[in-house]
Design a protein around this ligand. Structure first.
Ligand code: GDP
Ligand code: IMO
Ligand code: MG
Length: 419
């Protein structure tokens, strides 16, 4: 009986899926608890690349059950396409994928509202993925949203859809209304076999001794409340989000693994204290292929920020660390880690989340030597060059947490376990 929660601890794209896939070999169940198709989770397996948006990254293991929890928001057409494309590649979802009937629906109006709101904000935009995530979660809070379970009840669905449009002060023509209802009922049939009350299933599995892996999407600094608001997503990406998003009791979160890139990236707008620009950033971006898995946007690049990382580790109650993309730093003459934030030359006690305060601070750096030899095929901690070990040890010391996993390449096999 055990659970492991795998969380992105910065601004997303930390390589969570790679770690979920690596650890997933031992999991009976992999569950998503928040977010939606704003996520882009990449797994590379024997030169084949999979990018998951809403499907949990455990689906590649044929025996593993996968859950899309109540805290997620689902674009039903997008998810159907994602599943159909995986079915065409031989992946079987029967009796393996369970979607909570309370998961919210992302409708096309949500995507339009997301895009419109970004246009209206102009220079002040968030830089969302445009997937309708913010409006879908807002409608849940406003109680006018539809949920995937509603698709099973035609009359109820009709009422809910009318209320939804009334809330948005939109009048559909009779033919538009009919078309949307028919299309929702039709896509609903596709999901019928997968819909369940997954909170009870998860608790029962845990009691039966199954091992459960919770797969975070986005990252802690994108959390709706604890992130760098308003430049955040609209869900709860922190460890507490697991319980809200799946109905899993907090006392049963046995092990929480924090995933950090060996440097930092951010896609979208918002403060980024350790950001680097110019040729060095371009070099890291090219080498790390730092282009969004969902939108293709170039990711912003920065040094490892141990101040933000400490905040994230303590907020989530992280037990151990996975450091990914270490191979990308190979060849850099020196590496920097931000060890404190200074304001008017005074050290701040820790991370701050307000954009104004983040703009005002000056990062203070520790500079460490780089290494030149290729580490991407290394399988053991001991074989890593001493400078790479020194870099990882500095992170361990600053976060006061052990590095358990080091990822040195995209493939499942390019992973070092620190025993
Ligand atoms: P996620 O959203 O946190 O799952 O991360 P993404 O999949 O969006 O982005 C991480 C990218 O880094 C993907 O292209 C991965 O295949 C890749 N990746 C993961 N781990 C490593 C690694 O150790 N080295 C390199 N070079 N690439 C990695
Ligand atoms: P994964 O799971 C990185 C960012 C967007 C934007 C902000 C709000 O692959 O790590 P949203 O569309 O959610 O309303 O956008 O959040 N964002 C991500 N950045 N990785 C992600 O997911 C992200 N999902 C959303 O770029 O800044
Ligand atoms: Mg991603």
């Amino acid at each position: 009986m055990s659970s492991i929660t795998i969380l992105g601890c910065m601004w997303g794209d930390e390589g969570k899926a790679k770690i979920v896939d690596f650890i997933g070999a031992e999991a009976d169940v992999v569950a998503r608890f928040q977010g939606g198709a704003n996520a882009g989770h990449t797994i590379v397996l024997e030169d084949k690349k999979y990018i998951f948006h809403t499907v949990p990254s455990g689906i590649l293991y044929p025996e593993t059950k996968c859950v899309i929890g109540a805290g997620t928001v689902i674009d039903p057409y997008g998810l159907r396409d994602e599943m159909e494309s995986l079915i065409a590649q031989g992946i079987d979802f029967t009796n393996r994928l369970f979607i909570d009937d309370r998961a919210g629906l992302v409708l096309s109006l949500h995507r339009q509202l997301d895009q419109k709101s970004e246009e209206n904000l102009g220079a002040g935009k968030i830089g969302t993925t445009g997937k309708g995530i913010g409006p879908a979660y807002s409608d849940q809070a406003a109680r006018c949203a539809l949920r995937i379970g509603d698709l099973r009840y035609p009359e109820w669905l009709e009422q809910r859809l009318d209320n939804f449009y009334k809330y948005h002060q939109i009048t559909l023509s009779a033919s538009e209304r009919k078309e949307e209802l028919e299309s929702l009922l039709e896509v609903g049939k596709f999901f019928q076999p997968y819909i369940a009350q997954t909170d009870q299933m998860l608790r029962n599995w845990y009691r039966e001794g199954k091992s459960i892996l919770f797969e975070g999407a986005q990252g802690t600094l994108l959390d709706l409340i604890y992130g760098t608001y308003p430049f955040v997503t609209s869900s709860h990406t922190v460890s507490g989000g697991v319980c809200i998003g799946t109905g899993f009791p907090p006392r049963w979160l046995d092990n929480i693994l924090g995933v950090f890139k060996a440097y930092t990236t951010r896609v979208g707008a918002g403060p980024f204290p350790t950001e680097i620009e110019g040729p060095l950033a371009d070099q890291i971006r090219q080498k790390g292929n730092e282009f969004g898995s969902t939108t293709g946007r170039p990711r912003r690049i920065g040094w490892f920020d141990a101040v933000a990382a400490q905040y994230s580790a303590s907020l989530n109650g992280i037990d151990s660390l996975a450091i990914t993309l270490l191979d990308v730093l190979t060849g850099l003459p020196e590496l920097k880690i931000c060890t404190s934030y200074l304001k008017h030359n005074q050290k701040l006690p820790g991370f701050v989340t307000h954009p104004i305060e983040l703009k005002e601070i000056q990062p203070e750096y520790l500079t460490l030597p780089g290494w030149d030899i290729d580490i991407s095929k290394m399988q053991k901690w001991d074989t890593l060059p001493k400078e790479a070990k020194q870099y990882l040890e500095a992170i361990q010391d600053l976060l006061k947490l052990p590095v358990k996993i080091v990822s040195v390449g995209q493939d499942r096999r390019q992973t070092i376990v620190n025993k």
